[in-house]
Unconditional design. Structure first.
Length: 219
């Protein structure tokens, strides 16, 4: 890997007048407050270019040493989604019935989740995000989880802005995803994201978010 410094270019300018900046920030926040985890998806197809643009935005996230240690696997094939669901449910059943602590199960109980994951088949698209570690053709990355986590945040925001619903699913362990997604060992699954439109009868828990004054500290 080259150790030569990158050439430099002028920093991009994106100056926005203060009033307009506040309007845009408020509009973005208002839209994001409508984002909810959805578990019941419509069969309505998802435009592939929308998913691609959302991933393109995710791939602009900052990363340690600019090594961009992420891979986004988009699954739309029905048979592969079925394999994904079957493998995930095996792990999830083991988790709910044997591995999870009672404290964890109690925390999940109000959400009504269990080992059954039909959304992995029902959603028109499923994005599996992988961390990319050192391998034959990939350098050792730095701050991998931080970098990939930021990219996933960009991805969820981009999909939501396009009117799509998502869910973040993290079966444990996730190594089976390498086989389902045909990825090499140096890639490690980070999160599974079903993507689609909510079913007509989709319902979500009536939860609230903490008010901003509870999560912000001004110094």
């Amino acid at each position: 890997m080259s150790t030569q410094p990158y050439p430099v270019v002028p920093a991009p300018r994106f100056d926005v007048p203060a009033v307009e900046a506040a309007r845009r920030a408020e509009a973005f926040a208002d839209t994001m407050t409508l984002r909810r985890t959805v578990r019941d998806f419509s069969s309505r197809p998802v435009p592939p270019d929308v998913v691609e643009h959302a991933i393109r935005a995710a791939a602009t996230a900052p990363s340690g040493a600019n090594l961009q240690p992420w891979r986004f696997v988009v699954i739309t094939d029905a048979e592969r989604k079925k394999r994904l669901r079957e493998a995930a449910e095996r792990e999830e059943r083991e988790f709910y019935e044997r591995r999870a602590s009672q404290e964890w199960l109690d925390a999940l109980a109000p959400l009504g989740t269990d080992w059954r994951k039909p959304f992995l088949e029902d959603a028109p698209a499923v994005i599996v995000v992988f961390e990319v570690h050192k391998g034959p053709d990939t350098p050792r990355p730095y701050y991998v989880k931080e970098s990939v986590g930021i990219a996933v945040g960009f991805l969820l925001a981009g999909l939501h802005q396009a009117g799509l619903a998502t869910l973040t699913h993290t079966p444990s362990p996730m190594r089976f995803l390498n086989e389902v997604c045909e990825r090499p060992q140096e890639e490690r699954a980070y999160v599974v994201i079903p993507v689609g439109y909510p079913a007509d009868d989709a319902m979500v828990p009536d939860i609230t978010r903490k008010p901003v004054d509870e999560v912000i500290v001004r110094l």
